[in-house]
Design a protein around this ligand. Structure first.
Ligand code: DC
Length: 233
């Protein structure tokens, strides 16, 4: 496949460093980075802003679907901040969707089939031209089952909770490590046990446990896999 652009699917649990890794890979090889979790988070935010989660943890699907109809998502690269930002009906929500309140409800939203159908449609369109690094839970299994390179990233639950906690604290959010650990545990459980497109390893993915690895070490690992693919016929 020499110099042809490919699709790189990066799946794995919450907070195992997928987005940091995907961004680094994209920058290094000049690909676009697409964060599919941000899409599910944006739909969640839209539902929260309509008050659907005010009284209940599990609002009726029909109400979510009404909100879904009004949701339009766009991704744009912000050269000043050197990041891709997500726009919900024209409003930049990149920071809002990272809040714990959104994380608390997103797995419920991501388990709804009609939501997934719409998000997968967006994702396939974004990957049409290839040359993308897409991170999520079902990229290698459902969105792009023919992706040329599939990486399944994992890290121990303790390492993931600490990473996420530090990230939130650095953003100035007031959270407890235990709260973060419980949220991750709950999300892992819902994401891997839901009926539609559960988080699971694609048979042809390569597993990378980065619990004890720096990003630089992960990049060396990636380079080796990527270069090998490119020298294959
Ligand atoms: O990667 P993240 O933490 O931003 O993802 C937010 C939620 O969205 C997470 O609970 C799993 C879900 N998700 C999904 O179901 N499928 C994807 N492709 C990406 C995220």
């Amino acid at each position: 496949m020499k110099n042809q652009k490919i699709i790189i699917a990066l799946d794995g649990n919450s907070s195992c460093g997928k987005s940091t890794y995907a961004k680094r890979i994209a920058t290094e090889i000049g690909y676009a980075y697409i964060d599919t979790g941000a899409m599910y988070r944006s739909v969640t935010l839209a539902a929260m802003e309509k008050g659907l989660f005010d009284e209940t943890e599990a609002p009726p699907i029909e109400q979510i679907e009404e909100v879904l109809k009004t949701v339009e998502l766009n991704l744009r690269f912000n050269p000043h901040k050197q990041r891709t930002e997500i726009f919900l009906n024209g409003r930049m929500v990149e920071d809002l969707i990272r809040r714990m309140e959104v994380a608390d409800h997103v797995s419920y939203i991501a388990a709804i089939s009609s939501v997934r159908r719409k998000m997968v449609e967006y994702q396939r369109k974004l990957g049409e031209e290839k040359g993308v690094v897409m991170d999520g839970r079902d990229i290698g299994t459902v969105v792009f089952p023919k992706a040329e390179l599939k990486i399944f990233l994992t890290a121990s639950p303790e390492v993931r909770a600490i990473r996420r906690y530090k990230e939130l604290i650095e953003k100035g959010m007031l959270v407890e490590l235990e709260e973060v650990r419980l949220n991750l545990e709950k999300r892992d459980h819902i994401d891997s046990s839901r009926e539609d497109s559960p988080l699971k390893q694609a048979d042809d993915s390569i597993v990378l446990d980065n619990s004890e690895m720096t990003v630089e070490e992960q990049m060396v690992w990636f380079r080796e896999k990527f270069d090998r693919l490119r020298t294959e016929e």
